[in-house]
Design a protein around this ligand. Sequence first.
Ligand SMILES: [Zn+2]
Length: 370
Amino acid sequence: MAKIVWDAGHGGNGSTPGRRTPDGEYEWNFSDKIVRAGMSFLNGYENAQQLRVDDATGKTNVSLSSRTNQANSFNADVFVSVHQNAFTGSWGTHSGTETYVMTPASNNPKSKALADKVHPKLVLAMGLNDRGIKAENFHVLRETKMPAILAECGFMDSTIDVKRMRSEAVLKSVGEAIAKGVAEYLGLKPKNEGVDTYTVQRGDTLSSIARRFNTTVDALVSLNELSEPNLIYVGQTLKVSYTYTVQRGDTLSSIARRFNTTVDALVSLNGLSDPNLIYIGQTLKISGSVPTPPKEYVQLPGSAATWRTYKLDVQPIKKNSDWSLTPSAFGGLEYEILGKPYPDVVTINTSRGKRNIYVAASTGAKIIKK
Ligand SMILES: [Zn+2]
């Protein structure tokens, strides 16, 4: 379990004096959105336990010692404080993003390593000057017992930076950028909802796999971070995320059977309110093991009085047939196809064991999938 503490600096809605843009927008209100986005991003990772040590309602300004005490008793693995910078308090064109660790940085290699993961992503997301990773003696950096960083995302009193800070989309991507850096530092793995693995079989290509899982080659390439999409090998394990389009005749339990999962799992994964109400063409997320490909069957028409069968170890030619099926006696017969040893010859299981039969189109035999 990895424990992450988030701290949006100061208090919300003016509960801290100062700490606002020259137009009166509060620092905490920008940082709050970043922290929320970061926390919701890390909720998509396995084994991430998060705690927020400022007042998330924005009503009060939690003291700095309360923030660091909470982080220490939580036994956090990282501490991330989010702030917005200020220079003169009057509008100017100074600009940029900086990340702080406790000074001297050389005494805090873990905090520096955390900053090295987070800062470049934060700079990209803010889209502002890179003012670098810096070291300062700040309370939240000094009094925390775990690797700790403090991000000054942009200048609240910069006419350049404030434009970025006023964008909800920017704040969201900044929160996600910080969270991504934290996840990298901690080695967290994303939760694989609806994702499973598939072992590459002989004859597979990425596009045949994509077809089978109702996905695209691009999606497989990106999910598996493949550098050479044409170089997959037999036995390779690929991550696959798949969906299934409901066909005529499907029920949720037939789909569950086919994908080796349960009706309950499908209901919960797809947020279905009524499991009996699925409709043709509906796309369902599937999380289970690899779907079983449809089986092939051969249908022998009821118009045929006899149908020669051959033992598996003989050539399937007339003189080698020692026993026949009688489709007309049954109004037609249907067998699962177990193999295709020769062109137009299939192996089926009969009352006398496995047999080959001849099924060229001219015979009237039909091959169907289901
Ligand atoms: Zn601040």
